[in-house]
Design a protein around this ligand. Sequence first.
Ligand code: PLP
Length: 319
Amino acid sequence: MNTPIKFNIANLPTPIQKIEFKGTKFLIKRDDYTGTELTGNKIRKLDYILADVKKKKADYLFTSGGNQSNHARATAIAAKQIGVKTKLFLWGKEAKNPDGNLFLDQLVGTEIVYLSKKEYADVKNIMLKESKRLQKKGHKVYITPSGGSTPLGLWGYINFIKELEEQKYLSKLKGIVSAYGSGGTAAGMLLGSAIVGSNVKIYVVNVLDDPEFVRDIIINLVEDAIVEYKIDVKINYKNLVILDGYSEEGYKNISDNKLKVIKEFYQSSGILLDPTYTGKAFYAYYENFLKGKKSSNVLFVHTGGIYGVFAKRKKYIEA
Ligand SMILES: Cc1ncc(COP(=O)(O)O)c(C=O)c1O
């Protein structure tokens, strides 16, 4: 197996907390503690991506996402730590008073290209064209896709599983729940658990795509990583379970019934969940694994996203 090198910007290991909510005891892994400005799951992937950026001697890093993308914000900030310029290609409009992640993107001084939803569908080609333009001017551009979900980025969540094993929790768990955005988190966990010989179920809460597409994306990422890094492992794809139907309000929105549960959870535990990913994932987790039970041996992963809350403050207050 060819294990890639990493940069070590993530604050690891992240803690596991024992929580009680509405009479049910469960465990939560705080991957929102990977950093402050760099909070969330993206940092585990960026640890490997940034090491590769340095190895390839790139001076520009491109990535893409929604205008509240946690990955884009984390990439722009993390790149500052290694002295690399960033250009973000964001689906959304420029705002006079940017909030949440977009505020941090602007403040950290990254370059931003705003794209309409239609233009964003072609973002790969748009980034490629711009990289060619910059390359002609003597720059070396590294492009990482939305969410940092590449076979390389997967290593962040292969290591997450090893971390759970070292923390002596993995063998006690029946399943792990996290949100799906671009698939790298779930794919890394699936591959990581097969590597360490665990049969833990990987539940992903779909927040934006068709469930068959989500499954294909995750499986393809796993298979690509197996080939690229010569990993001798057999994957039991029955361990991958997609929890669908928890984002009917759309990727950029959150319904009041979900926000009510999120607020109740915040007010009882002090743990704040974001409107796009962790809030929807927690709602699905509550419905499937907590409601009516005394305890649960399925772990919830808080994958970060706190800055997205500020962009939706009115909804949070009114719910
Ligand atoms: C806070 C948060 N949680 C979960 C996810 C999903 O992770 P992945 O893109 O690896 O599926 C994302 C990004 O997409 C995110 O920003």
